[in-house]
Design a protein around this ligand. Structure first.
Ligand code: CA
Length: 235
């Protein structure tokens, strides 16, 4: 469900006053903040005036039709979801509307419940996180942006250090052998004569510990673990 619908702003651009009021009343009752533009000119001004969570756009409007409004809106780089409200129901029109950057359309007349369902679906889709976060305590990695931070400060890690930290963050409080970490992070067989793992781990620790206490610990003869110590086997 939507976290806080009060914060969601919807602009309806519609010249049929009675219809606009019907939609606005319904949306306001659902907790949305709704504003209305009566024609294409006012619609364009309000579209550009501030960010919207969603736009309901009529097709036939005085001064500027919905389709050209939508094209200008998308050309200006705006991403807000747009639902076309139209009396036209010919396939070509729908295709044209979607091609121009509409996310959905509804043919008048429609049931308010259907409009509401589509509004919610589009806003929910838009609010899906665009980043994948790995978090442990005060350390986090944004896997999409490939950035790490600790205690709110950015960590300047190499690609290998980032991969190494990611692997530990995916397996907190678990004993991980050098072999297992190496084979996952380097994607090649572990060579016991190589100190590559130790070199990278040392550097990663140095950077992490500049911003907080030790996070990746070792347990003699067993391997490494991130965070709180895991229970000892056999105890
Ligand atoms: Ca109209």
């Amino acid at each position: 469900m939507l976290g806080n619908p009060m914060a969601r702003s919807i602009l309806i651009i519609e010249d049929e006053l009675e219809f606009a009021e019907f939609v606005m009343t319904g949306l306001a009752e659902e907790g949305f903040a709704v504003e209305h533009a009566i024609d294409g000119k006012q619609g364009h001004e309000l579209l550009q005036s501030r960010p919207w969570d969603l736009v309901l756009l009529d097709w036939r409007l005085p001064h500027q039709d919905g389709l050209s409004l939508l094209r200008r809106f998308r050309q200006s780089g705006r991403q807000a979801p747009v639902i076309f409200l139209t009396a036209r129901d010919e396939v070509d029109d729908r295709v044209q509307g979607l091609d121009s950057g509409a996310d959905d359309y509804l043919c008048k007349p429609f049931a308010f419940a259907e409009l509401l369902a589509r509004v919610r679906a589009l806003i929910r889709r838009r609010e899906q996180p665009s980043s994948l976060l790995l978090v442990h305590g005060d350390v986090s990695i944004d896997l999409v942006a490939q950035r790490a931070q600790r205690a709110g400060r950015s960590l300047d890690l190499t690609a290998k250090e980032l991969a190494l930290l990611s692997f530990f963050l995916r397996h907190p409080r678990r004993i991980l052998t050098r072999e297992r970490v190496y084979e996952n992070v380097w994607d090649e067989a572990f060579d016991t004569s190589s100190n590559t793992f130790e070199v990278h781990l040392k550097e990663l620790r140095r950077k992490l510990e500049a911003l907080g206490p030790r996070l990746i610990h070792n347990r003699r003869g067993q391997g490494y673990f991130l965070g709180e110590p895991p229970p000892r086997e056999g105890l």
